[in-house]
Design a protein around this ligand. Structure first.
Ligand SMILES: [Cu+2]
Length: 182
């Protein structure tokens, strides 16, 4: 009987050991502009904050596509610690829904990526002051949640904690059973 318990404990420990290291890579925690935000002015800088240290990926770290399908010119992408920033030319801003696609290299070597949308209420001011009372048509806001393509979810799943609890319980049972014989 004790042998069965021991085997069970070993099996549970092995399952736990496999599950825990899977939480290693970084996730997007917050951003400027925020996912789903509606802005009255184009932000001069994009900032993405991750849960862990990241670095710039191969290719573009940040791509912003405007309502007309055109890409905003971005410059000076930089990755410092957990934050990626990029400057962009606010003169190119157009009113409407924008999609921001991001990509980063996680500290564990995985490339993580995702997209979110934000809406700009105003176009960049043009040099001619021709339209002082322009009506801003705000495009429908799509509040698509930040999607992250990665092999695993970030946190420790509930079943790991259940397993840990079971291991402790079985261990306690084994101890109690052993005691009267000694
Ligand atoms: Cu990873």
């Amino acid at each position: 009987m004790r042998r069965i318990f021991s085997a069970l404990v070993l099996a549970l420990l092995a399952a736990t050991a496999v599950a825990v290291p899977a939480q290693a890579h970084a996730e997007l925690k917050s951003s400027t502009p925020a996912s789903g935000a509606t802005l009255d002015a184009p932000p001069p800088q994009v900032e993405l904050t991750f849960s862990d240290v990241i670095s710039l990926p191969d290719g573009d770290a940040i791509t912003i596509t405007g309502p007309d399908g055109a890409k905003w010119p971005l410059a000076q992408s930089a990755a410092v610690d957990k934050v990626i920033t990029a400057e962009f030319d606010t003169a190119a801003a157009k009113a409407g829904a924008h999609t921001l696609a991001w990509k980063a290299k996680s500290d564990d070597g995985d490339t993580i990526q995702g997209t979110f949308t934000f809406t700009l209420n105003v176009a960049a001011p043009t040099s001619s002051a021709a339209a002082p009372s322009s009506v801003t048509m705000s495009a429908p806001v799509s509040n698509a949640p930040t999607s992250t393509t990665s092999q695993d979810s970030g946190g420790v799943p509930l079943w790991v904690w259940i397993l840990v609890g079971l291991v402790v319980l079985v261990g306690a049972i084994l101890l109690v059973r052993r005691r009267p014989r000694s």
